[in-house]
Design a protein around this ligand. Structure first.
Ligand SMILES: Nc1ncnc2c1ncn2[C@@H]1O[C@H](COP(=O)(O)OP(=O)(O)OP(=O)(O)O)[C@@H](O)[C@H]1O
Ligand SMILES: [Mg+2]
Length: 221
């Protein structure tokens, strides 16, 4: 992949998995040999805290940055960063009105919206989709995608996934299931890759997610 790609994790709803996906995606990209920086744009600083508890053997120490303070400042900070890494991941706050979310959508190549397959998440997805589509009209370089997360094998989840196909933004064909490995890796400050064979299914899902993200970025070129 040529140049640096900026991927933002955005959603209106809290707890949809922005920080979880940011960290797993970072780990998966690093495993494939890419240079990755993670920027925490959320005042809650969950991604920074996640990495703070990281043992030295995990990929996160040295890759985490706190960004924010307005679009100009973010643009300035990212400008120097893009020369040194292949991917910048932006973990956004759970609000589409927050200036850091608006800024991230102005700067990123790919906006990934994690969606938990539940009716309330669907309603809030309509709002963020509208915003992303508006931004895509103004800026050809932006692509938005939906990512089903915390997927359970229930008929309600299956119905919601069906409805998600009616959205205008494409749905990434690499959903993440509801798995304890995802929550456990946060507690350890690690990714699912550090959890060994017990987390093989979660690792497989993150591998597929990395491939899907790379494919979408390639397709934009
Ligand atoms: N696929 C998954 N399987 C199991 N647990 C998950 C999964 N994805 C996220 N979680 C758990 O759901 C909770 C919320 O996830 P996370 O913090 O990543 O969401 P968020 O969108 O970043 O939240 P916020 O909006 O508050 O920043 C966490 O406890 C996390 O461990
Ligand atoms: Mg978060």
């Amino acid at each position: 992949m040529d140049g640096c790609s900026i991927v933002a994790l955005v959603s209106q709803k809290g707890g949809s998995g922005k920080t979880t996906v940011t960290m797993q995606l970072a780990a998966g990209l690093i495993l494939r040999g890419y240079r990755v920086a993670v920027c925490d744009l959320d005042p809650q600083e969950s991604a920074l805290r996640w990495a703070e508890s990281a043992p030295a053997a995990t990929p996160f120490p040295g890759r985490m940055l706190r960004l924010g303070g307005g679009l100009d400042e973010m643009r300035h900070d990212l400008r120097s960063l893009v020369q040194h890494v292949d991917f910048i991941l932006l973990d956004c706050p759970p609000s589409i009105e927050h200036p850091n979310t608006v800024g991230a959508l102005d700067l990123c190549d790919l906006a990934v919206v994690p969606v938990v397959p539940s009716p309330t998440d669907l309603w809030s997805t309509r709002a963020i989709e509208k915003l992303i589509l508006q931004r895509m009209e103004k800026r050809r370089g932006l692509l938005g995608v939906l990512l089903p997360n915390r997927v359970m094998r229930t008929s309600l989840a299956a119905d919601v996934l069906e409805v998600m196909r009616d959205f205008t933004l494409p749905v990434l064909a690499a959903p993440l299931s509801q798995r304890s490995a995802f929550a456990q890796s946060a507690v350890l400050g690690a990714s699912v890759y550090e959890l060994g064979r017990a987390a093989a299914a979660a690792q497989e899902e993150v591998d597929q997610l990395v491939s899907a993200v790379l494919e979408h970025l390639e397709s934009k070129k």
